[in-house]
Write a protein of this length. Structure first.
Length: 583
């Protein structure tokens, strides 16, 4: 028979000290019902500040604002991240913007209370190359930045949209990504700059119900590739992450050294290479609303001569609006995020990917574009603009607008007047001087560098119309694009192979995709860096030819060949089109 006064002895689950059940300092854990001494219990467990639920300390969340511990559910209910800088905030210290996004006080003052005018804070180019405002050696646990693959010194950030097979807790994914990056560092005792993983409703639908977005702080050079490789592999391994057609990749490049004329050159160059860019990517990127092409007409570039006029130009004749989700945000070349939130320019063209190889070549390409456009603008300003001069006086703009046609004097103006109406046939009694027509045709054929056609004369009306319109139909050849922006050989090959995949699959959809990329983009140019001029090097326009014999025999109902000869540097467009766009 047991003694009711018998003392029950036990040991602390953690330190094994003997315990007397009758003592007040014996505590039991809720999850295991094991005994602990008071000291060990307080080391292992805490009580949620909000709901008082017992929580393992390793599973609790500490609030810097209240200095208390929380269970996961209560922490998420009362805490959130600043939309701009990712700092964790308690609900009592959040400032909400017009889009119901949370901000810390500093970011709210900087971003959300800005005036309705763009604040131009242009930094020195050397500062952009040297500053350590973001991820950098020392404070992030690695020795030095290297530039063996990505040679640009600019900071680069990235947003990787993704889907997941199951409903995975976003905070857990973020922790896994950041600790994986930390563990990849040489100095594992240093906690690197924290990267975000956030929810993103734009990537989900009934077919892909779960998803999010990895938002990585800016890095330089090869460290960008190292960390993005670690992060995306962690997403795939921990969260079974994948990309769907709803996902995109957004590259942010530091352009704090850009003034209006730098942005002007970049916007023009981007417009001229966009057909090539879209030819590397799935049709959804060209057709969708998230990565629209440059909207400004080439003609309108002439009206920019200072910062204010560039803002009006970029916002399509409208004034700047501080709204974060402005419509201009959803272009492949997004400058709004730079003007609105100092987040650098954003390149939105690319479809979703977690391939480090794709990210490498994409980053090499666009950082080179940004660097070269900066250098061109600096030369243009020093050699051709006076202070903040008129862009229309520059050789860059004049050459794209066919101003060199003036070497023909008034003759081209006479041709415009004579052939202002484009005719497909001539009626009885119409005046038609074949000798004069042939001379006019030959003059324009030479100007356009079209090949001679035996027994035929190029249709003058077509050539006049093409010359007058071709600045809006201009595309830079792919090889000229690679050469101008110093794209290395393996990256050139990568992009040509990407484009050729559409061509080689021999499906009508893929062929039509390529055709649509270059639709009405048939005046092919290269850029000469010595003269800062564009040079027209080929024509992919349908230039009809008139059969001399038909006119001589008074067969004037159809004076030009309805088959319509296609010319690109003297080749048939159906057989050679894609090769000649890159040659």
């Amino acid at each position: 028979m047991s003694n009711d006064n018998e003392v029950v002895m036990m040991q602390c689950q953690e330190c094994s000290v003997d315990l007397d059940e009758s003592r007040d300092d014996v505590l039991y854990s809720g999850d295991s019902d094991e005994p602990y001494c008071l000291e060990c219990y307080n080391e292992e467990y805490t009580s949620c500040y909000e709901c008082s639920t017992e929580t393992l300390r390793i599973d609790s969340y500490h609030s810097e604002y209240t200095t208390e511990e929380y269970c996961r559910d209560c922490y998420d209910e009362h805490h959130m991240e600043c939309y701009n800088c990712s700092r964790t905030l308690h609900s009592d210290e959040v400032h909400w913007d017009d889009q119901d996004e949370p901000h810390c006080e500093d970011c709210y003052d900087e971003v959300c209370t800005r005036s309705e005018e763009v604040e131009w804070n242009v930094y020195n180019n050397q500062f952009v190359k040297d500053n350590d405002a973001f991820v950098s050696p020392g404070k992030d646990g690695y020795d030095k930045d290297t530039f063996n693959q990505i040679t640009s010194r600019r900071y680069v950030g990235v947003e990787v949209e993704f889907n997941t097979i199951d409903d995975v807790y976003i905070r857990d994914i973020m922790d896994e990504v950041n600790f994986a990056i930390k563990n990849s560092r040489k100095n594992e005792r240093v906690m690197p700059t924290w990267d975000k993983v956030v929810s993103d409703g734009s990537v989900t639908d009934s077919s892909h119900p779960y998803g999010g977005e990895l938002v990585m702080s800016p890095r330089r050079g090869d460290m960008f590739l190292h960390d993005i490789d670690v992060a995306t592999n962690t997403l795939k391994n921990v969260a079974d992450a994948y990309v769907s057609v709803r996902c995109g990749l957004h590259l942010h490049i530091d352009v704090r050294d850009y003034d209006w004329y730098h942005f002007h050159v970049l916007t023009l160059m981007t417009k001229l290479i966009e057909p090539n860019i879209f030819s590397f990517l799935p049709p959804s990127r060209r057709e969708g609303r998230w990565s629209r092409p440059v909207s400004q007409a080439v003609q309108s570039f002439q009206y920019v001569d200072d910062r204010d006029s560039f803002i009006e130009f970029y916002y399509d004749g409208n004034s700047y609006d501080n709204e974060k989700y402005h419509d201009k945000r959803y272009h492949g070349l997004n400058l709004h995020c730079h003007f609105q939130a100092n987040q650098g320019l954003e390149i939105r063209y690319h479809s979703g990917t977690m391939s480090t190889e794709k990210l490498k070549h994409w980053t090499i390409f666009w950082t080179n574009v940004v660097d070269v456009c900066y250098d061109i603008a600096e030369r243009m300003k020093s050699e051709q603009l006076s202070q903040y001069g008129d862009f229309s006086t520059s050789s860059v703009w004049k050459s794209i607008m066919s101003k060199d046609i003036k070497r023909f004097g008034s003759r081209f103006d006479n041709l415009k007047e004579k052939y202002r109406v484009m005719k497909s046939s001539y009626d009885d009694g119409d005046y038609f001087n074949l000798d004069e027509y042939q001379k006019d045709s030959e003059l324009l054929r030479r100007y356009l560098s079209l090949p001679k056609q035996v027994g035929k004369v190029y249709h003058v009306e077509s050539m006049v119309k093409f010359i007058l319109e071709r600045h809006e139909r201009t595309v830079m050849s792919m090889s000229s694009m690679f050469e101008l922006f110093n794209i290395p050989g393996d990256t050139r090959k990568y992009f040509v192979d990407r484009r050729n995949k559409f061509k080689d699959r021999n499906s009508s959809d893929d062929y039509n995709h390529l055709v649509n990329c270059y639709r009405r983009k048939d005046a092919i140019v290269k850029f000469d860096t010595d003269s800062l001029k564009f040079k027209f090097i080929g024509c992919a326009e349908v230039i009809a030819t008139i059969d001399r014999a038909m006119i001589t025999d008074n067969q004037t109902e159809i004076p030009y060949d309805q088959a319509q000869t296609y010319c690109i540097n003297g080749h048939n467009i159906d057989d050679e089109m894609w090769n000649n766009y890159i040659s």
